[in-house]
Ligand binder design. Structure first.
Ligand code: NDP
Length: 295
C-alpha cells in the first residue's frame, strides 16, 4: 500500500537515505529541507534527478523545523496535494561536540530546539490530520545515546535526544486511541555516511573550552575510539532500510523500537528493561490498550 510520507531533515544523511528508501518501496515522499533555493538547492536537484531516473515519487518540500510557519506551510502543501499525511519521519537533528560547561545557555536551547521542539512543531501540524483520519504513523529517529554507554563531550546533544525519546514514548500512548502508531528507530553512532559529526556545533565560550582541552587533550581521539567500536562494514543505509520495512508492516504489528547499533553500546539492553517496565506499569494501571494503536 502506497503511503504519503513527510521526512524532516532530508537534505543529507539518514533523511536523504530514508526518503529514497521509502520512495523506492512505492511511497509518495515529501523530503523536508530548509533553504531549498540556497544551500540545499543541490540536494533538491539530486533528489529530483534520482526520482526521474528511478520513476519514483520523492520531491523536496521547504521545511525548516525551527520555524512553525515553515512547518505549517510544508504540511499544508502535502495535505493539499494528497488529501492527508500517513507517515511522518522525525529525522532532523543537530549534534554538538565539546564540554558542556563551555556551551552558552542559548546554544543549548538551540540544540533542544532543533532536536526536540522541532518534533512538537511538526506534530502539532500533522496530528490533527492523523487524528481525523484515525490512522497514521510517527517514526522517530532517536539514538542509542539516550541510554547507552555514552562518552563525554556530547552532553547537550545526548540530553536533547533523551528528551526527544521521552516525548516520543509519552505521545505514543496519547495518540494510540486515535489509531496512530509510533516507532522509535534507535541508531548507534555512524561516524561516516552522514554530516552528523562533520556539522557538529562547538562551544561558543572558547576560553572555558580551552581549559578543558588542556586537561583532557585532544578529544578527537575519543571520536576515533568511538568509531573504532563499529565494524568497518557498518552501513548507515541500514537505518533507511529498517524504516522502509517498518512502514510496510500492518498497523499494530510494528515494533515499538528498532535498533541499528553496529557498535553495540548497550542502549538496547537498557531500553528493553525500560520498555518492559512501562508495559507492565500500563497494565497495572489498566491502560493495556494504549500499548498498541487502535485498529
Ligand atoms: P546529518 O547532519 O547528515 O543530517 C541532519 C539533517 O537535519 C540535515 O538534513 C539537516 O539539514 C537537518 N536539519 C538540521 N536543522 C534543521 C532545521 N532547522 N530544519 C530542517 N532540517 C534541519 O546527520 P544524520 O543523518 O546522522 O542525522 C539524522 C538524525 O539521525 C538526527 O536526528 C540524529 O540525531 C540521528 N542520529 C544520528 C546518528 C549518527 O551517528 N549519524 C546516530 C543516532 C541518531 P541542513 O543540511 O539544512 O543542515
Amino acid at each position: 500500500m502506497s503511503r504519503t510520507v513527510l521526512v524532516t531533515g532530508a537534505s543529507s544523511g539518514f533523511g536523504a537515505m530514508i526518503s529514497r528508501s521509502l520512495a523506492g518501496a512505492g511511497h509518495v515522499v515529501y523530503a523536508g529541507m530548509r533553504d531549498t533555493t540556497g544551500r540545499n538547492a543541490q540536494a533538491v536537484a539530486e533528489l529530483a534527478d534520482w526520482s526521474g531516473r528511478h520513476d519514483r515519487s520523492a520531491q523536496a518540500v521547504e521545511l525548516d523545523v525551527s520555524d512553525q510557519a515553515s512547518v505549517d506551510a510544508a504540511v499544508a502543501r502535502v495535505v493539499a496535494d494528497r488529501g492527508g499525511v500517513d507517515v511522518v519521519v522525525h529525522n532532523a537533528g543537530h549534534m554538538t561536540l565539546g564540554p558542556v560547561e563551555a556551551f552558552t545557555v542559548e546554544q543549548i536551547a538551540a540544540v533542544y530546539d532543533t532536536n526536540v521542539l522541532s518534533t512538537q512543531r511538526v506534530n502539532r501540524a500533522v496530528l490533527p490530520h492523523m487524528r481525523r483520519q484515525r490512522d497514521g504513523l510517527l517514526v522517530w529517529i532517536g539514538s542509542t545515546s539516550a541510554r547507552g554507554g555514552t562518552p563525554p563531550w556530547l552532553g547537550p546533544y545526548f540530553a536533547a535526544k533523551a528528551a526527544e525519546d521521552s516525548l516520543a514514548v509519552s505521545i505514543a500512548a496519547e495518540v494510540a486511541r486515535f489509531g496512530i502508531d509510533s516507532t522509535i528507530v534507535v541508531p548507534g553512532s555512524f561516524t561516516t555516511g552522514t554530516n552528523h559529526y562533520a556539522h557538529a556545533g562547538h562551544p561558543a565560550d572558547e576560553t572555558t573550552a580551552k581549559e578543558y582541552d588542556a586537561l583532557y587533550g585532544d578529544m578527537d581521539d575519543l571520536l576515533a575510539r568511538q568509531a573504532g567500536l563499529a565494524p568497518a562494514d557498518a552501513d548507515p543505509g541500514e537505518v533507511a532500510r529498517q524504516v522502509a520495512a517498518l512502514v510496510d508492516l500492518p498497523k499494530g504489528q510494528r515494533p515499538f523500537r528498532v535498533y541499528i547499533d553496529p557498535a553495540q553500546d548497550g542502549a538496547e539492553e537498557v531500553f528493553r528493561v525500560g520498555d518492559r517496565i512501562r508495559r507492565d506499569f500500563y497494565r497495572t494501571l489498566g491502560f493495556d490498550d494504549l500499548l498498541r494503536p487502535a485498529t
